[in-house]
Design a protein around this ligand. Structure first.
Ligand SMILES: Cc1cc2nc3c(=O)[nH]c(=O)nc-3n(C[C@H](O)[C@H](O)[C@H](O)COP(=O)(O)OP(=O)(O)OC[C@H]3O[C@@H](n4cnc5c(N)ncnc54)[C@H](O)[C@@H]3O)c2cc1C
Length: 476
């Protein structure tokens, strides 16, 4: 007997953005795809009808980590169904910052809302997530192309120094963590000269990696342990029939006892009402330049492969890659059609050249963008979908999913195997993301949010100009 999970035809996406952004037929044109080595073999599209104890929708870091841990640690050979080529989603498009993060909320906010024990657990989970990535790479011989130690979060105005001081105080008080706050001079001594850096918090543990090499390594390891991975296999219909989940794809069907939606910002909301409106997907774009010479790097004073981001709501992030290219990215943008992409690219390039004036002449060789999922409550989630026994949803990594999605996959494996995770979890991590009350109004919410951020930025610049003028007057 079929239960009424909403049937849907292709394409399987929420289409909050232009359809071009959800074109699964092509791998995204990223630097990672150009330098990611050979793709894994034995990942052909699903053919025919198959049974599975667990089906995983989404072949990103969450899905592949869940598949690997299910097979390796719980003896369950899951089926992974990925709509595009493996790594088509954010996992193959990100900046490769592997560090703490995953929530829009501070440790202090979490302590006030859920108690200091939950905040401490959340901090420890983030550290554990980064260590897990290193462990997986060692154990499964994955060449991460790791580079850099720690992540520098820079105050982009003098007023934001206080925000960093508060974050350092909270980390010390709640988790006994020491995140040093560096002055601009100390940053320069470390080979990181930036115009808009009034102080920097040095977060650890963190390092840079090649995200697609990492993802492909996870895929190979999960296949070695018995998982079945199918790329170019979009789930276009999902029904519950009796105890089983029936996942229909263009060339076959999986009958599964349990299913994990590891789809984050690309969650196919048209498949079921229960998936609708659980994330707010936002755009983030990246540029990668040609390799920089030693003298070019010295001229700019940006010399080391450090991970750097700033304190803006719509943050800028940057790093030198191991082959000395600059990767430069930023969040924002309301439209994802091809013309908007070209405008966004030009805008981002102009911002990059403002920040790195010595590299005005340096060409940009790669540009792409992708979606990051935010939750209504600003927290990451992994929980059972209400009313749909055996169905789980994991996501809302808030643009910091490289480490956290890997860990979420490991935790999901425990849940899907019917076991309690071996790591204490803060309460929000045991629930699905709460719904946005009017899912269709999310573009309006985003427009308002961006409008507020922009206004805030302009006020900030105005205030900084006034303060500068006052200082000059006093000095005269
Ligand atoms: C530009 C950018 C930069 C970023 N930089 C960083 C960074 O430096 N550090 C960091 O920690 N995080 C970063 N992130 C965030 C990080 O990449 C994500 O949080 C993480 O990769 C999410 O992994 P995931 O497996 O949960 O989702 P994804 O990797 O997005 O995978 C979801 C998959 O589900 C598939 N799917 C959707 N619908 C269906 C369907 N119906 N059938 C089958 N498959 C389906 C999609 O094709 C997709 O591949 C960045 C994100 C972006 C976009």
């Amino acid at each position: 007997m079929s239960s009424p999970v909403r049937a849907a035809g292709p394409p399987p996406a929420s289409h909050l953005y232009h359809a071009d952004h959800y074109d699964w037929s092509r791998a995204p044109a990223t630097f990672w795809h150009a330098s990611g080595g050979p793709p894994p073999v034995a990942v052909d599209p699903l053919q025919g009808d198959v049974d599975a104890e667990v089906a995983i929708v989404g072949g990103g870091l969450t899905g592949l980590s869940a598949a690997l841990h299910l097979a390796r640690d719980h003896g369950i050979e899951a089926r992974v169904l990925e709509a595009g080529p493996l790594g088509w989603g954010a996992s193959g498009r990100n900046a490769g910052f592997c560090g703490p993060g995953g929530a829009r909320r501070s440790l202090g906010w979490i302590a006030r809302r859920f108690g200091s024990e939950a905040a401490r657990q959340w901090y420890q989970l983030q550290v554990h997530a980064v260590e897990l990535v290193r462990d997986l790479a060692l154990r499964h011989r994955i060449d991460l192309r790791a580079a850099g130690e720690g992540e520098y979060v820079v105050a982009h105005t003098p007023r934001h120094i206080r925000m960093l001081e508060r974050a350092a105080e909270e980390a010390r008080a709640i988790a006994a963590a020491e995140w040093p706050l560096l002055s601009p001079a100390e940053l320069r001594e470390r080979g990181i000269a930036l115009a808009e850096a009034y102080a920097a918090l040095h977060l650890q543990p963190a390092f840079g990696l090649h995200p697609l090499r990492y993802l492909r390594g996870l895929a190979r390891a999960s296949i070695e342990y018995g998982a079945r991975v199918h790329e170019r296999t979009p789930v276009i219909e999902w029904r519950r029939e009796g105890r089983l989940h029936r996942l229909v794809t263009p060339s076959g069907t999986v009958w599964a006892e349990r299913v994990l939606f590891a789809t984050d910002a690309y969650t196919p909301e048209t498949l079921a009402r229960e998936l609708e409106g659980r994330t707010l997907p936002v755009l983030s774009a990246i540029l990668v330049t040609r390799p920089l010479t030693v003298s070019e790097r010295e001229a700019q004073g940006f010399l080391v492969p450090a991970l750097v981001s700033d304190t803006r709501e719509l943050l800028f992030y940057m790093r030198l890659l191991p082959d000395q290219r600059l990767l430069f990215g930023a969040r924002g943008g309301l439209r994802a059609d091809p013309a908007s992409f070209l405008r966004r690219r030009a805008w981002l390039e102009a911002r990059m050249r403002e920040r790195f004036p010595a590299w005005r002449h340096v060409s940009v060789e790669y540009a792409w963008w992708g979606l990051v999922a935010l939750a209504r409550d600003g927290l990451p989630h992994l929980g059972p979908l209400p009313g749909l026994a055996g169905a789980w949803l994991a996501g809302c990594w808030h643009g910091s999913g490289v480490a956290l999605a890997t860990l979420a996959g490991r935790l999901a494996a425990f849940r899907l195997a019917g076991r309690t995770p071996d790591w204490p979890l803060p309460p929000f991590l045991a629930q699905v993301p709460p719904r946005f009350p009017l899912p269709g109004a999310r573009p309006v919410i985003l427009r308002l949010l961006y409008g507020c951020h922009l206004l805030g930025e302009r006020l900030e610049t105005f205030r900084a100009t006034l303060a500068e003028a006052r200082r000059e007057r006093e000095q005269r």
